[in-house]
Design a protein around this ligand. Structure first.
Ligand code: GLU
Length: 343
Protein backbone atom coordinates (compact mmCIF):
# COMPACT_ATOMS: atom_id res chain seq x y z
CA UNK A 1 0.00 0.00 0.00
CA UNK A 2 1.01 3.63 0.03
CA UNK A 3 3.68 5.12 2.26
CA UNK A 4 0.95 6.85 4.25
CA UNK A 5 -0.58 3.51 5.20
CA UNK A 6 2.79 2.05 6.21
CA UNK A 7 3.39 5.02 8.46
CA UNK A 8 -0.04 4.70 9.95
CA UNK A 9 0.58 1.07 10.72
CA UNK A 10 3.95 1.88 12.27
CA UNK A 11 2.44 4.62 14.42
CA UNK A 12 -0.29 2.34 15.65
CA UNK A 13 2.22 -0.37 16.52
CA UNK A 14 4.26 2.12 18.55
CA UNK A 15 1.15 3.24 20.37
CA UNK A 16 0.20 -0.34 20.97
CA UNK A 17 3.54 -0.98 22.69
CA UNK A 18 2.61 1.50 25.40
CA UNK A 19 -0.79 0.13 26.25
CA UNK A 20 -1.59 -1.89 29.40
CA UNK A 21 -3.48 -4.14 27.03
CA UNK A 22 -0.09 -5.37 25.86
CA UNK A 23 0.80 -6.45 29.42
CA UNK A 24 -2.54 -8.21 29.61
CA UNK A 25 -1.72 -10.15 26.43
CA UNK A 26 1.76 -11.01 27.72
CA UNK A 27 0.20 -12.46 30.85
CA UNK A 28 -2.30 -14.40 28.80
CA UNK A 29 0.52 -15.80 26.71
CA UNK A 30 2.43 -16.88 29.81
CA UNK A 31 -0.68 -18.41 31.32
CA UNK A 32 -1.22 -20.79 28.39
CA UNK A 33 2.30 -21.20 27.04
CA UNK A 34 2.89 -24.35 29.08
CA UNK A 35 -0.43 -25.99 28.19
CA UNK A 36 0.65 -29.25 26.63
CA UNK A 37 -2.60 -30.93 25.64
CA UNK A 38 -3.90 -31.53 22.14
CA UNK A 39 -2.49 -33.00 18.96
CA UNK A 40 -1.05 -31.37 15.87
CA UNK A 41 -2.99 -32.31 12.69
CA UNK A 42 -1.22 -35.08 10.80
CA UNK A 43 -3.60 -36.16 8.04
CA UNK A 44 -0.93 -34.92 5.64
CA UNK A 45 2.80 -35.02 6.50
CA UNK A 46 3.36 -31.25 5.97
CA UNK A 47 0.99 -30.29 8.79
CA UNK A 48 2.66 -32.72 11.19
CA UNK A 49 5.85 -30.63 10.87
CA UNK A 50 4.27 -27.83 12.94
CA UNK A 51 5.89 -27.34 16.35
CA UNK A 52 3.45 -27.84 19.25
CA UNK A 53 4.96 -24.91 21.16
CA UNK A 54 4.36 -22.33 18.41
CA UNK A 55 1.98 -19.81 19.95
CA UNK A 56 1.01 -16.33 18.84
CA UNK A 57 -1.76 -13.95 19.87
CA UNK A 58 -2.56 -10.82 17.88
CA UNK A 59 -5.28 -8.21 18.33
CA UNK A 60 -6.12 -5.51 15.82
CA UNK A 61 -8.58 -2.82 16.86
CA UNK A 62 -11.05 -1.21 14.44
CA UNK A 63 -8.99 2.00 14.63
CA UNK A 64 -5.94 0.10 13.39
CA UNK A 65 -3.89 -0.52 16.54
CA UNK A 66 -1.92 -3.75 16.49
CA UNK A 67 -0.99 -5.74 19.62
CA UNK A 68 0.92 -8.96 19.33
CA UNK A 69 2.72 -11.44 21.49
CA UNK A 70 4.55 -14.67 20.66
CA UNK A 71 4.99 -16.22 17.20
CA UNK A 72 2.85 -13.77 15.25
CA UNK A 73 5.09 -13.88 12.15
CA UNK A 74 5.14 -17.66 11.90
CA UNK A 75 3.40 -18.72 8.70
CA UNK A 76 0.99 -21.63 8.61
CA UNK A 77 -1.80 -22.73 6.27
CA UNK A 78 -5.14 -21.03 6.68
CA UNK A 79 -7.07 -24.27 6.04
CA UNK A 80 -10.76 -24.03 6.93
CA UNK A 81 -10.56 -20.40 8.02
CA UNK A 82 -10.60 -19.60 4.29
CA UNK A 83 -14.17 -20.91 4.10
CA UNK A 84 -15.73 -17.91 5.84
CA UNK A 85 -14.07 -15.42 3.50
CA UNK A 86 -14.74 -17.43 0.34
CA UNK A 87 -18.40 -17.44 1.38
CA UNK A 88 -18.27 -13.64 1.41
CA UNK A 89 -16.79 -13.54 -2.08
CA UNK A 90 -19.39 -16.02 -3.36
CA UNK A 91 -22.11 -13.71 -1.99
CA UNK A 92 -20.57 -10.71 -3.71
CA UNK A 93 -20.29 -12.63 -6.98
CA UNK A 94 -23.76 -14.14 -7.00
CA UNK A 95 -26.02 -12.36 -4.48
CA UNK A 96 -27.67 -13.81 -1.40
CA UNK A 97 -30.59 -15.54 -3.07
CA UNK A 98 -28.55 -17.57 -5.51
CA UNK A 99 -25.93 -18.57 -2.94
CA UNK A 100 -28.69 -19.62 -0.53
CA UNK A 101 -30.18 -21.83 -3.24
CA UNK A 102 -26.88 -23.74 -3.39
CA UNK A 103 -25.70 -23.75 0.24
CA UNK A 104 -27.84 -23.69 3.38
CA UNK A 105 -26.86 -21.95 6.64
CA UNK A 106 -27.81 -24.69 9.10
CA UNK A 107 -25.30 -26.05 11.62
CA UNK A 108 -24.82 -29.81 11.28
CA UNK A 109 -23.45 -30.81 14.67
CA UNK A 110 -21.38 -33.24 12.62
CA UNK A 111 -17.73 -33.42 11.62
CA UNK A 112 -16.55 -30.93 9.01
CA UNK A 113 -15.89 -33.66 6.44
CA UNK A 114 -19.11 -35.63 6.80
CA UNK A 115 -20.69 -36.58 3.50
CA UNK A 116 -24.17 -35.30 4.13
CA UNK A 117 -26.57 -33.08 2.19
CA UNK A 118 -29.99 -31.75 3.14
CA UNK A 119 -32.38 -34.51 2.06
CA UNK A 120 -35.13 -32.21 0.79
CA UNK A 121 -33.08 -29.60 -1.06
CA UNK A 122 -29.82 -31.50 -1.71
CA UNK A 123 -27.93 -28.46 -0.45
CA UNK A 124 -24.87 -28.85 1.74
CA UNK A 125 -25.73 -27.70 5.25
CA UNK A 126 -23.51 -24.64 5.54
CA UNK A 127 -20.45 -23.00 3.96
CA UNK A 128 -18.16 -23.97 6.87
CA UNK A 129 -18.28 -27.75 6.36
CA UNK A 130 -16.26 -29.12 3.47
CA UNK A 131 -19.24 -29.91 1.21
CA UNK A 132 -20.59 -26.36 1.63
CA UNK A 133 -17.16 -24.84 1.15
CA UNK A 134 -16.61 -26.74 -2.09
CA UNK A 135 -20.02 -25.51 -3.29
CA UNK A 136 -19.15 -21.87 -2.43
CA UNK A 137 -15.76 -22.17 -4.09
CA UNK A 138 -17.59 -23.40 -7.19
CA UNK A 139 -19.51 -20.10 -7.13
CA UNK A 140 -16.37 -17.94 -7.36
CA UNK A 141 -16.44 -16.23 -10.72
CA UNK A 142 -13.59 -15.82 -13.19
CA UNK A 143 -12.47 -16.89 -16.59
CA UNK A 144 -10.67 -20.16 -15.84
CA UNK A 145 -8.65 -21.47 -12.91
CA UNK A 146 -5.93 -18.80 -12.94
CA UNK A 147 -8.30 -15.87 -12.89
CA UNK A 148 -10.47 -17.43 -10.19
CA UNK A 149 -7.43 -18.10 -8.00
CA UNK A 150 -6.18 -14.57 -8.62
CA UNK A 151 -9.50 -13.17 -7.46
CA UNK A 152 -9.37 -15.31 -4.32
CA UNK A 153 -5.81 -14.24 -3.48
CA UNK A 154 -6.68 -10.63 -4.17
CA UNK A 155 -9.60 -10.84 -1.77
CA UNK A 156 -7.33 -12.20 0.99
CA UNK A 157 -4.86 -9.40 0.22
CA UNK A 158 -7.58 -6.83 0.86
CA UNK A 159 -8.35 -8.41 4.23
CA UNK A 160 -4.76 -8.83 5.38
CA UNK A 161 -3.17 -5.81 3.70
CA UNK A 162 -0.38 -7.89 2.19
CA UNK A 163 0.16 -10.36 -0.68
CA UNK A 164 -0.30 -13.98 0.36
CA UNK A 165 1.20 -17.13 -1.14
CA UNK A 166 0.18 -20.74 -1.43
CA UNK A 167 2.17 -23.48 0.25
CA UNK A 168 2.61 -25.74 -2.79
CA UNK A 169 3.61 -28.96 -0.95
CA UNK A 170 0.52 -28.62 1.27
CA UNK A 171 -1.67 -27.99 -1.79
CA UNK A 172 -0.28 -31.04 -3.59
CA UNK A 173 -0.74 -33.23 -0.51
CA UNK A 174 -4.32 -32.01 -0.03
CA UNK A 175 -4.97 -32.74 -3.70
CA UNK A 176 -3.39 -36.21 -3.61
CA UNK A 177 -5.18 -37.33 -0.47
CA UNK A 178 -8.46 -35.44 -0.92
CA UNK A 179 -10.66 -38.27 -2.17
CA UNK A 180 -13.31 -37.67 0.43
CA UNK A 181 -13.67 -34.07 -0.79
CA UNK A 182 -13.74 -35.40 -4.35
CA UNK A 183 -16.58 -37.76 -3.37
CA UNK A 184 -18.56 -34.83 -1.91
CA UNK A 185 -18.05 -32.78 -5.05
CA UNK A 186 -19.31 -35.61 -7.26
CA UNK A 187 -22.29 -36.21 -5.00
CA UNK A 188 -23.19 -32.53 -5.34
CA UNK A 189 -22.65 -32.69 -9.10
CA UNK A 190 -25.06 -35.62 -9.18
CA UNK A 191 -27.73 -33.39 -7.60
CA UNK A 192 -26.91 -30.42 -9.83
CA UNK A 193 -25.64 -28.35 -6.87
CA UNK A 194 -22.24 -27.60 -8.40
CA UNK A 195 -21.03 -27.05 -11.95
CA UNK A 196 -19.17 -29.77 -13.82
CA UNK A 197 -15.75 -28.08 -13.58
CA UNK A 198 -15.09 -30.36 -10.61
CA UNK A 199 -11.30 -30.70 -10.96
CA UNK A 200 -10.82 -26.94 -11.31
CA UNK A 201 -13.01 -26.17 -8.32
CA UNK A 202 -11.40 -28.83 -6.14
CA UNK A 203 -7.95 -27.49 -7.04
CA UNK A 204 -9.13 -24.02 -6.04
CA UNK A 205 -10.53 -25.40 -2.79
CA UNK A 206 -7.26 -27.18 -1.97
CA UNK A 207 -5.31 -24.04 -2.91
CA UNK A 208 -7.44 -21.75 -0.75
CA UNK A 209 -6.84 -24.12 2.21
CA UNK A 210 -3.07 -23.94 1.51
CA UNK A 211 -2.74 -20.14 1.65
CA UNK A 212 -0.10 -19.16 4.18
CA UNK A 213 -1.02 -16.66 6.87
CA UNK A 214 0.24 -15.67 10.30
CA UNK A 215 -1.60 -14.71 13.49
CA UNK A 216 -1.45 -11.01 12.58
CA UNK A 217 -3.13 -11.73 9.24
CA UNK A 218 -5.93 -13.55 11.05
CA UNK A 219 -6.37 -10.65 13.46
CA UNK A 220 -6.42 -8.17 10.56
CA UNK A 221 -9.03 -10.27 8.72
CA UNK A 222 -11.25 -10.41 11.81
CA UNK A 223 -10.73 -6.68 12.46
CA UNK A 224 -11.78 -5.97 8.87
CA UNK A 225 -15.06 -7.78 9.47
CA UNK A 226 -15.40 -6.08 12.87
CA UNK A 227 -14.92 -2.77 11.03
CA UNK A 228 -17.80 -3.41 8.62
CA UNK A 229 -15.61 -4.85 5.85
CA UNK A 230 -12.92 -2.15 5.66
CA UNK A 231 -9.33 -3.03 6.58
CA UNK A 232 -8.61 -0.74 9.56
CA UNK A 233 -4.96 -0.19 8.62
CA UNK A 234 -5.00 0.17 4.82
CA UNK A 235 -8.50 1.66 4.63
CA UNK A 236 -9.30 -0.65 1.72
CA UNK A 237 -12.71 -2.30 1.54
CA UNK A 238 -12.38 -6.10 1.51
CA UNK A 239 -16.05 -7.06 1.22
CA UNK A 240 -19.29 -5.29 0.34
CA UNK A 241 -20.80 -4.17 3.64
CA UNK A 242 -24.13 -5.83 2.73
CA UNK A 243 -22.56 -9.26 3.19
CA UNK A 244 -20.55 -8.80 6.40
CA UNK A 245 -23.64 -9.71 8.42
CA UNK A 246 -24.08 -12.97 6.47
CA UNK A 247 -20.47 -14.01 6.89
CA UNK A 248 -20.28 -13.37 10.61
CA UNK A 249 -23.68 -14.97 11.25
CA UNK A 250 -22.47 -18.23 9.73
CA UNK A 251 -19.19 -17.90 11.62
CA UNK A 252 -21.14 -17.63 14.87
CA UNK A 253 -23.40 -20.62 14.21
CA UNK A 254 -21.00 -22.92 12.33
CA UNK A 255 -17.45 -21.58 12.54
CA UNK A 256 -15.91 -23.81 15.19
CA UNK A 257 -16.63 -27.23 13.72
CA UNK A 258 -19.03 -29.35 15.77
CA UNK A 259 -18.13 -27.35 18.88
CA UNK A 260 -19.83 -24.23 17.51
CA UNK A 261 -22.71 -24.31 20.00
CA UNK A 262 -20.35 -24.64 22.95
CA UNK A 263 -18.14 -21.87 21.56
CA UNK A 264 -21.08 -19.50 21.12
CA UNK A 265 -22.25 -20.28 24.64
CA UNK A 266 -18.85 -19.73 26.23
CA UNK A 267 -17.10 -17.21 24.00
CA UNK A 268 -19.91 -15.63 21.98
CA UNK A 269 -17.84 -14.20 19.13
CA UNK A 270 -18.21 -15.04 15.44
CA UNK A 271 -15.08 -17.06 14.69
CA UNK A 272 -13.53 -19.60 12.38
CA UNK A 273 -10.83 -22.11 13.05
CA UNK A 274 -8.66 -24.33 10.87
CA UNK A 275 -6.66 -27.50 11.41
CA UNK A 276 -3.44 -25.54 10.85
CA UNK A 277 -4.00 -24.21 14.40
CA UNK A 278 -5.41 -20.78 13.62
CA UNK A 279 -8.51 -19.07 14.99
CA UNK A 280 -9.89 -15.76 13.79
CA UNK A 281 -12.53 -14.14 16.03
CA UNK A 282 -14.59 -10.98 15.57
CA UNK A 283 -15.71 -8.54 18.28
CA UNK A 284 -18.04 -6.45 16.14
CA UNK A 285 -17.25 -2.74 16.14
CA UNK A 286 -14.28 -3.30 18.46
CA UNK A 287 -11.49 -5.63 17.37
CA UNK A 288 -10.32 -8.78 15.67
CA UNK A 289 -8.40 -11.61 17.33
CA UNK A 290 -5.93 -13.94 15.61
CA UNK A 291 -4.49 -16.86 17.57
CA UNK A 292 -2.10 -19.48 16.32
CA UNK A 293 -1.18 -22.65 18.19
CA UNK A 294 -1.08 -25.98 16.32
CA UNK A 295 -2.19 -28.51 18.99
CA UNK A 296 -5.90 -29.21 18.43
CA UNK A 297 -8.66 -30.67 20.58
CA UNK A 298 -10.71 -33.65 19.36
CA UNK A 299 -13.04 -31.38 17.36
CA UNK A 300 -10.16 -29.77 15.43
CA UNK A 301 -9.97 -26.42 17.26
CA UNK A 302 -6.71 -24.98 18.60
CA UNK A 303 -6.67 -25.68 22.33
CA UNK A 304 -4.66 -22.62 23.35
CA UNK A 305 -6.71 -20.63 20.87
CA UNK A 306 -9.96 -21.52 22.61
CA UNK A 307 -8.52 -20.65 26.03
CA UNK A 308 -7.18 -17.30 24.85
CA UNK A 309 -10.43 -16.27 23.17
CA UNK A 310 -12.50 -17.39 26.20
CA UNK A 311 -10.37 -15.31 28.54
CA UNK A 312 -10.42 -12.19 26.36
CA UNK A 313 -14.18 -12.51 25.86
CA UNK A 314 -14.85 -12.95 29.58
CA UNK A 315 -12.41 -10.31 30.86
CA UNK A 316 -13.56 -7.57 28.49
CA UNK A 317 -17.22 -8.59 28.16
CA UNK A 318 -16.93 -9.31 24.43
CA UNK A 319 -19.57 -12.06 24.33
CA UNK A 320 -22.12 -10.91 21.77
CA UNK A 321 -24.95 -11.28 24.29
CA UNK A 322 -23.13 -10.04 27.35
CA UNK A 323 -25.20 -7.66 29.46
CA UNK A 324 -23.24 -7.85 32.71
CA UNK A 325 -20.47 -5.41 33.56
CA UNK A 326 -17.13 -6.87 32.53
CA UNK A 327 -14.11 -7.08 34.80
CA UNK A 328 -12.05 -4.81 32.55
CA UNK A 329 -13.14 -1.90 30.37
CA UNK A 330 -11.70 -2.51 26.93
CA UNK A 331 -11.44 1.16 25.99
CA UNK A 332 -9.55 2.01 29.18
CA UNK A 333 -7.14 -0.89 28.84
CA UNK A 334 -6.36 -0.09 25.25
CA UNK A 335 -6.15 3.65 25.66
CA UNK A 336 -4.44 3.59 29.06
CA UNK A 337 -1.01 4.10 27.58
CA UNK A 338 -1.97 5.07 24.10
CA UNK A 339 0.19 8.12 23.77
CA UNK A 340 3.86 8.55 23.03
CA UNK A 341 4.17 10.72 26.19
CA UNK A 342 3.38 7.76 28.39
CA UNK A 343 5.66 5.48 26.49
N1 GLU B 1 -8.06 -28.88 3.86
C1 GLU B 1 -8.88 -29.56 4.80
C2 GLU B 1 -9.82 -30.52 4.18
O1 GLU B 1 -10.43 -30.19 3.18
C3 GLU B 1 -9.64 -28.59 5.67
C4 GLU B 1 -9.13 -28.80 7.01
C5 GLU B 1 -9.75 -27.87 8.05
O2 GLU B 1 -10.87 -28.16 8.50
O3 GLU B 1 -9.10 -26.90 8.44
O4 GLU B 1 -9.97 -31.62 4.67
Amino acid sequence: MTEKHDLKSLASSINAVASPFRSYLNELYEKYESLNDGTVADYIPELALAKPDWFGICIVTVDGQVFDVGNCDQLFTIQSISKAFIYGLALEDNGREYVNSKVSVEPTGEAFNSIVLDEKTNRPYNPMVNAGAIATTDLIKGNGATERLKRILDMFRRYTGRELNINVPVFLSEKTTGNRNRAMAYLMLNFGMVSDRIDETLDLYFQQCSIMVNAQDLAMMAATLANGGVNPVTGERAIDERYVQDVISVMLTCGMYDASGEWTYNVGMPAKSGVGGGITAVALGKLGIGVFSPPLDEKGNSLRGIKVCSDISRDFGLHLFNVAKSEKNLQEWIEGGNSLDNW
